[in-house]
Design a protein around this ligand. Structure first.
Ligand code: DGY
Length: 323
């Protein structure tokens, strides 16, 4: 039997690309350019499997292409708000993602942002590199202590719980959270986490608000003027979830007016565009969507896609099937 034909939309971890080339009739995106709608549609017409990433917008328009041959889309990432799942299902496609393997990596990055913004690490590094540092002094760049503070989590899925574990056990933080679908008592064990009845309760009590909800319609602009008004004026917002959960213009207003103290952001509403106002602020730490960006994790994510494809082509249900 001939090998299934697969098209990969961006460059992947080298070792995973080798696996893909060995196991399937694989077409790589040699120059790593973002694919256009027409290219994505052509991929769906010409391959048995298309492997997109979280930056490919797999819209109803893309999935409305005629003569789609692909039967599975193995997305390289846990989030799936870039794929119109209803349209994919209607087009007869199975869609998979890569949960679990990036949980620790993303939680580490949330803590990186939290610590960096509280302790003014980005600002301090810029200060030093610009040769402005004149030496130690008691009033220089005082930040905000993290240990013992209250961390409020919006969403309490796997990544949020991994952040909670780091914050509770590493930094003695008090953990509060809101999730419309709260985890089981077993999953919360050892975190000493207190459930809040609404996001507003979290906003009112937390010193750090960290977002861990999926993007998309249900959470679009969940964090807007009202949310910022409900937060403590000394609070920091951390976002490693999805950019469109936060109304960026409202965040800029909140930072400019002092409604909150700062923000640590890995994702943006109009990614990769970031508003000029945020770029100019010292009390924000900005990262280019690096949540899962370690070599180990990107390898594991890629191999999870490979596993899903192998299962699918063997006639089994892939373990990470979304639709
Ligand atoms: C995901 O997997 O959804 C991440 O955003 C990519 O790091």
């Amino acid at each position: 039997m001939s090998k299934p034909k697969i098209i990969v939309t961006r460059r992947w971890h080298e070792a995973v690309e080798k696996e893909l080339l060995a196991r399937f009739d694989t077409q790589l995106n040699e120059d790593d350019h973002p694919m256009s709608v027409a290219e994505l549609q052509a991929a769906l017409r010409n391959a048995d499997a298309v492997l997109p990433t979280v930056c490919d917008k797999i819209t109803a328009e893309v999935l409305g292409a005629d003569n789609i041959q692909a039967k599975i889309m193995g997305s390289n990432g846990v989030g799936f708000n870039h794929i119109d799942l209803d349209a994919a299902k209607a087009a007869g496609l199975t869609v998979t993602n890569t949960p679990e393997v990036l949980t620790d990596c993303t939680a580490d990055l949330a803590m990186t942002l939290l610590l960096s913004v509280a302790r003014r690490a980005g600002e301090g590094e810029r200060h030093l590199r610009s040769k402005s540092w004149t030496g130690w002094r008691p009033t220089h760049m005082m930040g905000t202590s993290v240990t013992g503070k209250t961390l409020g989590l919006i969403g309490m899925g796997r990544i949020a719980r991994a952040v909670a574990a780091r914050a509770a056990h590493g930094f003695n933080m008090k953990i509060i959270f809101h999730d419309p679908f709260p985890p089981s008592a077993d999953d919360l064990e050892g975190l000493n986490a207190t459930q809040c009845s609404s996001p507003e309760e979290v906003f009112a009590k937390a010193d750090f608000v960290s977002l861990h909800c999926p993007g998309g319609e249900a959470t679009y602009h969940l964090i807007s003027d009202d949310a910022f008004a409900a937060m403590k004026s000394g609070a920091f917002l951390i976002n490693t979830a999805r950019g469109d959960v936060v109304e960026e213009a409202a965040l800029v207003r909140a930072l400019q007016s002092g409604a909150i103290a700062g923000a640590g952001l890995d994702v943006f509403e109009k990614e990769p565009k970031v508003s000029d106002e945020l770029m100019a602020m010292e009390n924000v730490v900005l990262l280019p969507h690096l949540g899962s960006a370690t070599s180990e994790t990107r390898y594991a994510m890629g191999m999870r896609v490979v596993e899903n494809l192998e299962a699918f082509f063997a006639g089994d249900t892939p373990r990470d099937k979304l639709v």
